[in-house]
Design a protein around this ligand. Sequence first.
Ligand code: ASP
Length: 480
Amino acid sequence: MLSSSLSSGPSRLSLLLYAVAAALLGVASVWMPLTVVDLFRGAVHGAVLFVTLWLFCGWLPRRLSLPGQILAAMLLGVLVGLLFPALGGAVFVREYLGIFGRLFILLLTFVILPLIFVSVLTGTAGIGDPAKLGSVGAKSLIYYCCTTALAVIVGLSLVNIIRPGAGREALIQRSAPVERRLAPGENEAAEPQEEPLSIGMRLQEKILPAIIRNPVMAGENPLVVILLALVLGAALATLGPAGEPALRVFQSLDKAFITIILWVMRLAPIGVFALMTCAVSDLGLVYMVTLAKYFCTVMLGLSLHFCLLCLVICPLLGGVSPRRFLRHMIPVFQVAFSTSSSSATLPVSIECVSKRVGADRDITHFMLPVGATINMDGTALYLTVAAVFISQVYGMDLGFQQQFMIFLTAILSSVGTAGIPGASIGLMGIVLASAGIPVEGIAIVIGVDRLLDMSRTVVNVTGDCVGVLVVSRSEGKMSA
Ligand code: ASP
């Protein structure tokens, strides 16, 4: 029902629902004291919320594709975030528009731990099948580990040299309400308790987190979950036919979790709009400048790694000239960029790598699906830069041990990332937590995530395709 109302525009019933929700929240925003001026303010707030709901759930979906809607949401968010505080609406933005952002983050992280578990498990079982493996499996693993580690090193070096978040500690003081909104609980002990929460803040801090909570694996250390998945996946593969029924269950669960994430992604425009509006409203233009520096750092890292793969590894180890590789891979880049999904790009990558570039067919069919699940160079680089950037914004000075933890968890998290749009945002919390960086810092970077997602997916897919060439050549199975 949700998806149909999102894709086909608003029915009368949904318009009525938006109106009721907007009116309730509008009145709630001026609950005490109830004067004529307050009532007028409440009506204006209700109208703004109604237009927001109608725009994102009804009007935009009929006119733009999802990436287009998210881009539009970002721009609108910046505009509204600059305009509203100037008109005295900063509190309203934080407390009521913020509900949509909070809801989006909660839903996004709702199934992330079980998703990591089944995704790593099925990927490992796929690789670990002794019949399929042999030297191809071993070489693929070595290639995946080396290139992903290389990507993380590129990211770590750049973010430490450029330091895009340095000197922005003041942002955090100004963004305190954002932190409270996104991570209730940890800071609560230090909070003065007297001030009664508005309905909007109560929804964000108490009611929604209490309802949208995944009971499965909640509170588990993600690294423990990944380790269990690795071991269980290997064990199921070793069992052979006896392990297949269980494996099939996990494979179908994997698909179910991905479907849930795709449902949630349909709410991305309104979520991104709300997060962007709140961030710009709370932090102002300084935030935009800082964010632009962060964006450029990630893009520079992705471009460097892309060049390394295409201009160095592809000709030296894969034996294919960069010109030939790039010419034949154009459709793959286009699909990866526009869908932001390694999995959706898979059919095109298989076609281009085996038929156009000339890699071995069997190796292509074995490596690309596994690579689309566990080999994500762009994602690992992105997670690294994001984590260190957020630590810089928080004024933290990360030592060798913390940076090493980021190195390790970024690699492991990229293994657990599903090949779907926005999948790694949910995993960023793992990388941040591993180095003691506040997880709510995700809010600082989420606004530009979609744009970076498109680019990092291109690098992810390129890494997989170059890997097939390298392994095919080492097995002597490249056709000219
Ligand atoms: N969208 C990426 C992919 O499909 C995953 C991510 O980094 O979110 O490769």
